[in-house]
Design a protein around this ligand. Structure first.
Ligand SMILES: CCCCCCCCCCCCCCCC(=O)SCCNC(=O)CCNC(=O)[C@H](O)C(C)(C)COP(=O)(O)OP(=O)(O)OC[C@H]1O[C@@H](n2cnc3c(N)ncnc32)[C@H](O)[C@@H]1OP(=O)(O)O
Length: 127
């Protein structure tokens, strides 16, 4: 993936990676990325459910490449499966990174998460 790979998708979430989110090695914490993945997935699930959802499982998650301070981080979320009360969402995290060579686009993380639609009492409700 490089700067010639246009991406017409609308990100669920987009933000800039900042120094306060770094680990001891100076890269961005995996946990910070996981939090953004969860928020992005929950937005897609919330839209599909038409209301409150909770994360019940992270079925898979791969960190393909490190995220660096200053990266523009975009989280793309797509509903993959809808069950009775559950919604499975695929989240892909892509960064745009400016360097002397130009702007690179890199897929850094992807994950599959399962959300459950909840009623006002916090119980599963049919989607
Ligand atoms: C639109 C504009 C506004 C947008 C506005 C956006 C707002 C966006 C705010 C974002 C904000 C951040 C949001 C983050 C989301 C949290 O951080 S949520 C916090 C972390 N999660 C939790 O605390 C959940 C804790 N767990 C629970 O409370 C209970 O397990 C639950 C979720 C109520 C489910 O209860 P349960 O008894 O397990 O329910 P059960 O009927 O057995 O299973 C329900 C469904 O889940 C499935 N399931 C259960 N366990 C699993 C598993 N391990 N694996 C896969 N599936 C499973 C079942 O198969 C079932 O699926 P269906 O067959 O019905 O489709």
């Amino acid at each position: 993936m490089n700067d010639s790979d246009a991406d017409d998708r609308q990100p669920a979430l987009r933000l800039v990676a900042s120094p306060q989110d770094t680990n001891a090695a100076g890269d961005i914490f995996g946990g910070w990325i996981m939090a953004q993945v969860d928020v992005a997935g929950s937005i897609a699930a919330y839209r599909r459910a038409g209301g409150r959802v909770a994360t019940v499982a992270v079925d898979s998650l791969q960190f393909h490449q490190p995220v660096l301070v200053g990266d523009l981080v975009s989280c793309y979320a797509e509903v993959m499966k809808v069950g009775t009360t559950s919604i499975t969402v695929h989240v892909e995290v892509v960064v745009e990174r400016d360097s002397r060579a130009g702007i690179a686009r890199l897929k850094v993380t992807e994950a599959n998460l399962v959300y459950v639609a909840l009623d006002n009492d916090g119980k599963p409700r049919p989607v």
